[in-house]
Design a protein. Structure first.
Length: 149
């Protein structure tokens, strides 16, 4: 229970920050050879809350994210702007810019700031872990990026 509380406080602290500069994460992504994982969610969304309470804190999911991804948490219900490439606007406008006004949505971006995969909707721990492994292994490169955007 303490672990869940800690994770929720951490997620809230990250998502409560006013502005999010995703472009600033790409230097670290290149140095560490990690993908950027953008988790879009909104308040009062039962699927978002289920992913936040159960999927993301799952031990295997959490370890994989820490090891292989730079996690960016965007709560579209909080104030602030997002900067990503040529985009600068509110958190909700950012979700629409990406082509999703459906929550939760997880977007994976490579070190060159190219979106390589978008996963709309809730996924349980096993499904999400499979997606993380798919991205981490760069399997999308063999299948063609356009198939997964």
């Amino acid at each position: 229970m303490i672990k869940i509380l800690f994770i929720l406080v951490s997620i809230f602290a990250i998502s409560a920050a006013d502005d999010i500069d995703i472009d600033a994460t790409f230097g670290e992504a290149k140095r560490s050879h990690k993908h950027v994982m953008i988790f879009l969610h909104k308040p009062n969304c039962s699927y978002c809350e289920t992913m936040t309470l159960f999927t993301l804190p799952d031990e295997d999911v959490e370890q994989t994210i820490k090891k292989d991804f730079i996690f960016v948490d965007i709560d579209i219900g909080t104030p602030g702007e997002v900067a990503f490439k040529d985009f600068k606007g509110t958190k909700r406008e950012f979700a629409i810019f990406l082509g999703y006004d459906f929550y939760p949505t997880t977007v994976f971006v490579d070190q060159d700031s190219e979106i390589v995969y978008r996963q709309p909707g809730y996924k349980d721990e096993d499904e999400f872990l499979n997606i993380l492994r798919f991205i981490q292994s760069r399997s999308y490169e063999d299948m063609g990026i356009e198939d997964f955007k």
